[in-house]
Design a protein around this ligand. Structure first.
Ligand code: 13P
Length: 230
């Protein structure tokens, strides 16, 4: 196991936040990011645009809700803390107000299995949590329920949350959720699209697992395609 490098993690988080803006899934002071570390977790500071944010501005938080340093943590530190505390399968929480995901969220619409890629979020739907005021325990509680057995959810009249082992994985999933949301909004223009059956979505999930789909390729070849070694 490699030693924990606080500077490297802070630099990676700043890069991820700036990438979030460059990709067009976030803007202004919306959005926040947290990553677990040996002392608790690092989280973006509140109300600081990412273009002006430096590695030292990231806030060290602890699971009891306390923090250290000059900067105040994101107003959404509760859901970052609660997700990281209750989900040992993830180490990173990314939140943004991407336009198409939020378009569905303002209508309290979950995303059904209208497209097989819904499975990348871990199930047959991407749920939408009911509305609760930003920065509250009620919002955190609602997010935890919507994220059960999932890696992403929408937040009613608010935005989206995506989870991952790394900030790169959480960012990639947030982009995927935004793309699926855009496709769904466009598909709805022709009427409610048909959905794939639970049985088919089960096969899709099996297939993704078998192929390590959407993850860095396993050099030993987890895929079902034989690899030549000569
Ligand atoms: P912070 O600047 O406090 O992280 O808030 C942004 C946000 O998106 C609130 O939901």
């Amino acid at each position: 196991m490699t030693a924990y490098d606080d500077d490297a993690l802070r630099a990676e988080m700043v890069a991820t936040c700036r990438r979030m803006n460059a990709l067009g899934i976030n803007q202004g002071t919306s959005g926040n990011l947290s990553v677990r570390n040996p002392r608790g977790f690092l989280v973006t500071p509140t109300s600081l645009p990412y273009e002006r944010m430096e590695p030292k501005d990231l806030v060290q938080m602890f699971f009891d809700g306390s923090y250290e340093g000059e900067r105040r943590p994101s107003s959404e530190w509760r859901f970052h803390r609660d997700i990281l505390a209750s989900r040992q399968d993830v180490d990173c929480v990314l939140h943004c107000h991407s336009v198409y995901a939020t378009t569905l969220a303002v209508h309290h619409r979950q995303i059904p299995a209208f497209h097989y890629m819904i499975a990348v979020a871990g199930g047959t739907t991407i749920r939408c949590a009911p509305y609760a005021t930003f920065g509250t325990q009620a919002l955190s509680d609602a997010a935890i329920v919507a994220l059960e057995d999932r890696l992403a959810c929408l937040l009613g009249q608010h935005g989206q949350i995506s989870l991952g082992r790394t900030s790169a994985a959480a960012l990639a999933l947030a982009v995927e959720v935004e793309t699926l949301s855009r496709l769904y909004v466009q598909a709805l223009a022709l009427g409610e699209p048909p959905v794939l059956s639970d049985e088919e979505m089960g096969r899709v999930m099996q297939q993704m697992k078998k192929m390590s789909y959407g993850q860095a390729p396993d050099p030993e070849g987890a895929a079902d395609v034989p690899r030549r070694r000569d």
